[in-house]
Design a protein. Structure first.
Length: 241
């Protein structure tokens, strides 16, 4: 078996979701060692998950290590090269579903001990602190725009060879900053695969005592990040960032 960009995006995104939603489950589900440890733990866990996910994606063959359809779309718009859009996004969606499934298995005894179905859903998909679809859409679009501009700043064009070594760590810092500063409104999906794949897993897996998968909200963490990605891609292209 050989490595490939498709495999790298798939395995990298799987690890991203396993560690990212894993920290949410550790904080939210009852009778875990990390129960109720709070937002700082969740944002830190997601930041580390992104860093490790990037390294894993590169190891399995994806030099780009996007792990996120919004990132793939943004840089396709910026470069006018759309050849990676379909294979990367397909791999990311599969990886996100598999990662969420592994979280379900990892915390298998804890679903039954957690009475609130909304807490269980939070371990899969995102949800707003205050449901206001216009504001929620704006939050996801803005967060993703900052993500894309931050990634452009971390690129090899700006950092040279330094980006190869420290780039994944800086991406983790970027995501940590986004979670701490902007994530409290919607849970900062900023990644359509990160929400859609796990939400689908929540729908089909026999999660003990689960409630609705809230598909009525599910378009927000898909459309919002894609809107932010389009704008970010255009800004990179216009200003040659």
């Amino acid at each position: 078996m050989t490595t490939s960009p498709f495999l790298g995006e798939l395995i990298g995104t799987m690890v991203l979701l396993l560690l990212g939603n894993g920290v949410v489950a550790n904080v939210v589900l009852k009778q875990t060692k990390g129960n109720s440890s709070g937002w700082i733990v969740i944002t830190a866990g997601w930041a580390f998950a992104v860093t490790i996910g990037v390294f894993v994606a590169k190891a399995f063959g994806s030099v780009d290590a996007h792990l996120n359809p919004a990132v793939t779309v943004a840089f396709a718009v910026a470069t006018s090269d759309y050849s990676h859009v379909l294979p990367y996004i397909s791999a990311q969606l599969i990886g996100a579903f598999l990662g969420a499934t592994l979280v379900w298995l990892q915390y298998l005894p804890h679903w039954a001990t957690t009475p609130d179905p909304f807490d269980k859903l939070a371990c899969f998909g995102t949800g707003p602190a205050i449901r206001s679809l216009g504001a929620n859409f704006f939050s996801e679009a803005l967060g993703t725009l900052v993500l894309i501009l931050g990634l452009a700043g971390i690129s090899s064009k700006n950092l040279g060879e330094l980006a190869i070594g420290v780039g994944p760590y800086l991406v983790g810092v970027l995501v940590w900053s986004l979670g701490l500063s902007l994530g409290g409104t919607t849970g900062y999906a900023i990644n359509p695969a990160r929400d859609f794949g796990p939400r689908l897993a929540h729908t089909v897996l026999p999660v003990s005592g689960k409630g609705s998968s809230d598909w009525a909200y599910a378009w927000i963490p898909v459309a919002g990040p894609l809107a932010g990605a389009l704008l970010g891609g255009l800004l990179i292209r216009w200003y040659a960032l």
